[in-house]
Design a protein around this ligand. Sequence first.
Ligand code: CO8
Length: 255
Amino acid sequence: MAVELGYREEAAILVLNRPEALNALSFAIVAEIDNALEEVARSDARVLLITGTGDKAFCAGADIKELRNRDLMAQKRGAESGQATISKIETLPIPSIALINGYAFGGGLEIALACTFRLAAKQARMGLPEIKLGLIPGYGGTQRLPRLIGEARALEMIMTGRTIDAEEALHIGLVNQIMEGDPLEAGLAFAKGFTRYSLPVLGLARQAVMRAADMPIHEGLKTEADLSTLAFRTGDAEEGMAAFEEKRKPEFRDA
Ligand code: CO8
């Protein structure tokens, strides 16, 4: 399989496994990712980790050889279905972390952009080099990158095709952390910072922040008031506040 899905501790682990093509996204792989994400959504996992086989590439982007010689309607359908698959990462009921273990270019970076968090290995390089092919990003890059790092920096990456290393990615807020050692261990350790909290309440926090990008601040504040009130109504909020008063550790039940 070019996509492997496994489970470890409380994490689902999706591995892009096509090392001979630097884990490039053939249409078949995109379909496999889609199926794997459906399975993850039904699982008991509390976090999804995504990485690539080997230490050279996370994913070198859409399969350029496959993209050629398709008519415009086929290209448009391909972009739309790739976008729909990648958007499923964002709408999963659990948070996700891209473990960028090497090159993350084009569609590869676009997968990482849809994750809740991104960790990069020291040797990782990231970019949207489509312009060098006479193309522009088609799997969400023009929309998610500016929301994450701002319009000017996103336009610079998209219009020059310049790729950046892990240090620069950390500096501009594209990644949360530079990983030391084994990416999976680094991902599991990072996930422990939030997986013990209430999953539905984590979901409300993600929704509040994600919706902020789509609305003016007065609408966003209304959304925050609604979602924080919803959080307040959960049993986990009751437990968290009771535990504080009783000076003990809370036991969240995801309810
Ligand atoms: N597609 C297909 N094959 C690839 C890709 C790719 N994106 N990237 C690498 N490969 C293959 C190479 O062809 C090569 O195969 P072979 O040995 O059979 O020739 C093998 O992987 C190893 O690659 P290299 O020999 O090139 O390895 P290097 O270490 O020399 O270079 C690079 C690594 C710098 C990553 C280089 O391979 C490269 O530049 N790759 C292309 C990166 C790129 O431009 N990505 C963006 C693709 S476009 C995109 O993602 C979105 C398009 C819009 C989507 C719209 C959908 C309809």
